[in-house]
Design a protein around this ligand. Structure first.
Ligand code: MRU
Length: 370
């Protein structure tokens, strides 16, 4: 397309709202800021794949509940939701006539920070919101101007996230052979991010580049993000996907059915040790045993340089009933003891490379992304 034509076309695309675009492309919108209602609309991921229902969060407790119960989930999406949560908390405080002070802002941020401990994107986004809010207060902005400034920052976090994921998708696609059978664990797709996805962003970009991709999706017990969300998302995009139970991954590798593994990340320590959904570590061990590349796709905002290694990453433990039940059905004695860590840490030695928006890095190179 001529340069001029291209710019007119991109202008036209920009004019279309994200919602209309999503509808036209028969995709979906994980998070949407509703300008008129000043509310955050979330695709309720607890209900997928059987129902596509949206939640409209208009106050802080609703956002907190949505993050805790995984209506919105995935490291980058949690960060974006929390950023809008700050805007909502602040506008509620304004509406109640209590005004906004530094301690009120801190309380709102602390409530959001206490929702989930592992994904560092949550704390990264809240830190940005805090900085902007405190600067606004110092400048003596009135309440409405402060609220609007916070909204600009939340929008910026959303847009930067999305750009980073597209960029890392492009880098990652270069690592994918022309024909590839890719195993992924959990959901690191558009449902886990602002729009595009990290691990699934690479897969999307590879498919868009004309590569012949087939995905194997681990079911991801106990909350089934792989079977409920990854397969749903890939089917929508017409990317071939086969669902397997978590305990089938090593078997598939042994049978020569997998060429490489790509997963997302919740927090990457300075040495490259990586926390991701429980079960990722076993997949990485199996990949190593079968000599298969194991890639972690994540924006650099997921790297926590304050932690020297993965032993320092806080691991969330969740309700034992998530393990006693399979969906709605109890599959274990009511009183059996349960251990339910939501994440594990894959040592850097098992990771072939990190795919980031700044390029591809081996674990010993990630300090250069700082
Ligand atoms: O408990 P969840 O569903 O929030 O866990 C999500 C994951 O572990 C993802 O793999 C990770 O956040 C990367 S998402 C791009």
């Amino acid at each position: 397309m001529p340069r001029n034509g291209k710019s007119v076309f991109s202008k036209f695309l920009r004019l279309l709202s994200r919602e209309i675009l999503a509808a036209l492309m028969s995709t979906f919108q994980t998070l949407t800021w509703l300008k008129e209602k000043r509310a955050l609309r979330l695709l309720d991921q607890r209900r997928l794949p059987t129902a596509e229902i949206f939640l409209e969060c208009e106050d802080l407790p609703q956002i907190v509940e949505a993050i805790k119960t995984l209506a919105v989930r995935g490291a980058p999406a949690i960060g974006v939701a929390a950023a809008y949560g700050v805007v909502i908390g602040v506008q509620k405080a304004i509406a109640t006539g209590n005004g906004i002070t530094a301690p009120t802002l801190t309380t709102i941020i602390d409530v959001l920070a206490a929702t989930r401990p592992t994904a560092v994107n949550l704390f990264w986004a809240l830190e940005r919101m805090k900085r902007v809010g405190e600067e606004g207060l110092k400048r003596g902005l009135d309440e409405t101007a402060l609220r609007d400034l916070l909204l600009v920052e939340a929008d910026r976090i959303y847009a930067e996230d999305d750009r980073a994921h597209h960029r890392l998708g492009e880098y990652g696609a270069k690592l994918i052979p022309a024909e590839a059978r890719i195993l992924t664990h959990c959901n690191a797709g558009a449902l886990a991010c602002a729009e595009y996805g990290t691990a699934l962003g690479v897969i999307r970009a590879a498919q868009a580049a004309g590569k012949n991709i087939k995905v194997y999706a681990d079911e991801t017990r106990p909350l089934l993000q792989g079977s409920r969300l990854t397969t749903w998302e890939l089917l929508k995009e017409k990317i071939p996907v086969t669902l397997i139970c978590d305990n089938m991954a090593a078997h598939c590798m042994a049978k020569g059915m997998i060429d490489l593994v790509i997963v997302g990340a919740d927090r990457i320590a300075a040495n490259g040790d990586t926390a991701n959904k429980i079960g990722t570590y076993s997949v990485a061990l199996a990949a190593k045993a079968h000599n298969l590349p194991f890639y972690v796709a994540a924006p650099t905002s997921t790297i926590d340089f304050s932690l020297a290694d993965g032993s320092m990453i806080p691991i969330e433990e969740r309700d034992p009933d998530e393990v006693r039940f399979f969906g709605e059905k109890r599959t274990a004695p009511e009183k059996v003891a349960v251990y339910n860590p939501a994440f594990d840490v894959t040592p850097a030695t098992l990771i072939s490379a990190f795919i980031t928006e700044k390029g591809i890095f081996t674990p010993d190179q990630i300090s250069s992304t700082r």
